[in-house]
Write a protein that binds this ligand. Structure first.
Ligand code: NA7
Length: 506
């Protein structure tokens, strides 16, 4: 239901991106009776679920947990939802909450400049148009700039070669020889989906992955009818002890790398490998030489089974170059191929960029982030007032729902927005001191997490420091309950109320 907070000022909001987090912001503002514009560079909403269309695309968070808390969804088709079904969910939410009319599609934000005199963001769009806003919510996602591998000869390949996030529907897969480079979540999911369709699949694995076994099962029509009749059944899945226990074990494990939780995770993954892969040679090829959960854990119910299909050949060697007819390894081996899939990940340090963002004193976000993308509590940046980031740099990452993260972040940002709505403040940004203090503590803690225990991954920044929230999930939930207003140079509401009382009685 609309909450309709009393507002002295009607704020003008720009939201960048109509993915999961941008839609969330839109729903919340709509429920509060506020106006906003969501700028979306593409012609559809959905963010990563719109962009990625590769076979096997699945969210590795249980479907009933990867839903907005305010919009449980009885229609999920399986415990882990397929990408297209998630896209349907977001489209439904956009319509049900009347957000779609406020989305401007095919409208990329090219730049934004903070006007210190008027306390407004001047937002310039790709078509040159400029609009002014009081607040910008950057919900532009993390993994949406495909990272092409730098391999000699890639452009000489005679067949079709494309990044997993730019799937080419008409590229030959069935009955042909396919090369698949990369085995993060994407490469693994693609392998499990196509290995039975191809004549031959060569999976190039520069680093093997630990695989966490998880159950997957479809929901039947009867299940869905039961969910519709009794939404508590969906909550029972979302808040199931076993699921929440696994999340807690995971988040405790990543922050206490000598503790029992991570040891348990490692043991589950090791036993999965030992018990699932029959051929000892393949088993050793698939055994990582780094600790489980250092890279983002792969959750899969079928990878080990599928990788043992005779059509699959795993090559853990180094690629020397790509030739017109296939891939040459440094040991001289040649793999003749018809199609080459590049599941090589994303530039995870871009966030709202390449949009140029200019804050107070003419400071550019590129400069502020020259060393590493950073934000106070992952949400806001000194010198860039009234700019709030959802799923921005150094937020929690791992095998849990980013929807839950974004919802908590929104609740926090909303409390800051109240200060603007009430007219008490015109600009809100953290102080440099508060940000530096946060970042110093964060970096020190991040280096001791499992992500920093000796592997490469998209979690690491350019200096090899994990770019993530380094404390427990509960600590994150606590931090998001209420801003420390003093860190924004703002009076605490309770102390402000106290002061007023003192003044009144003086
Ligand atoms: P990831 O997890 O970043 O994985 C990229 C994979 O590509 C990884 O196996 C890399 O090997 C491999 N890679 C990258 N460049 C090369 C070159 N040049 N040669 C060989 N192999 C290469 O991306 P995903 O798309 O799978 O997943 C991203 C996230 O999306 C995932 O974590 C979920 O949150 C959803 P490396 O490990 O670096 O040796």
């Amino acid at each position: 239901m609309a909450e309709n907070k009393a507002a002295v000022r009607q704020l003008r909001y720009a939201i960048v991106g109509a993915g999961m987090a941008g839609l969330l912001a839109g729903v919340k503002l709509r429920q509060n009776g506020e106006e906003f514009t969501i700028f979306e560079k593409a012609d559809r909403l959905g963010g990563t679920w719109r962009e990625n269309r590769y076979p096997g695309l699945t969210c590795d968070v249980p479907a009933h947990a990867y839903t907005y808390s305010f919009e449980p969804y009885p229609e999920w088709k399986a415990y882990y939802a397929a990408g297209p079904d998630i896209q349907v969910y977001f489209e439904m939410v956009a319509d049900k909450y009347d957000v779609r009319r406020s989305i401007r599609f095919n409208c990329e934000v090219a730049g934004m400049v903070w006007d210190e005199a008027s306390h407004e963001w001047s937002v310039t769009l790709g078509n040159g148009e400029t609009q002014r806003f009081d607040v910008v919510i950057a919900a532009s996602g993390v993994l949406h700039h495909p990272k092409m591998p730098v391999i000699e000869g890639l452009e000489s390949f005679a067949g079709r070669a494309f990044h997993s996030a730019q799937w080419e529907d008409d590229a030959p897969i069935d009955g042909v020889r396919v090369g698949l480079i990369g085995n993060g979540s994407t490469g693994v999911q693609i392998l499990t989906a196509i290995n039975k369709r191809v004549e031959k699949l060569v999976h190039f694995q520069r680093s093997p992955q630990w695989i966490m076994p998880v159950p997957q099962f479809p929901y039947s029509d009867e299940d869905r009818a039961a969910f519709r009749a009794d939404p508590a059944l969906m909550d029972a899945i979302r808040y199931h002890d076993e699921y929440l226990g696994a999340i807690r074990r995971f988040t405790d494990g990543i922050t206490d790398i000598n503790g029992p939780e991570i040891a348990q995770i490692e043991e589950i993954c090791r036993l999965n490998l030992e018990n699932s892969v029959r051929d000892p040679e393949l088993r050793e090829k698939l055994r990582p030489d780094y600790r489980a959960a250092c890279k983002r854990l792969i959750y899969s119910w079928c990878y080990y089974e599928e990788v043992q299909n005779p059509s699959v050949y795993v090559d853990t060697g180094r690629i020397a170059r790509i030739e017109p007819e296939g891939v040459r390894m440094t040991d001289g081996t040649f793999h003749p191929l018809d199609t080459l899939i590049l599941a090589t990940g994303f530039h995870a340090d871009r966030f709202i960029r390449p949009a140029t963002v200019t804050g107070e004193g003419g400071r550019s976000l590129d400069d502020a982030w020259a060393r590493r993308p950073t934000a106070y509590f992952a949400l806001s940046v000194p010198d860039f007032p009234n700019l709030f980031l959802l799923n921005g740099p150094t937020g929690p990452v791992g095998n849990f729902s980013l929807i839950d993260i974004a919802e908590r972040q929104w609740d926090y940002v909303d409390q800051l927005l109240d200060r603007l709505r009430s007219g008490a403040e015109r600009r809100i940004a953290p102080t440099r001191a508060a940000h530096e203090d946060y970042e110093e503590r964060r970096i020190a803690a991040a280096k001791t997490t499992i992500f920093g225990s000796g592997c490469t991954s998209w979690y690491l920044d350019a200096e090899g420091v994990p770019a993530s929230w380094p404390w427990s999930y509960d600590a994150f939930a606590d931090a998001m309950k209420a801003p420390v207003f003093a860190d924004f140079g703002l009076p605490d509401e309770s102390s402000a109320a106290g002061r007023l009382e003192e003044e009144a009685s003086a």
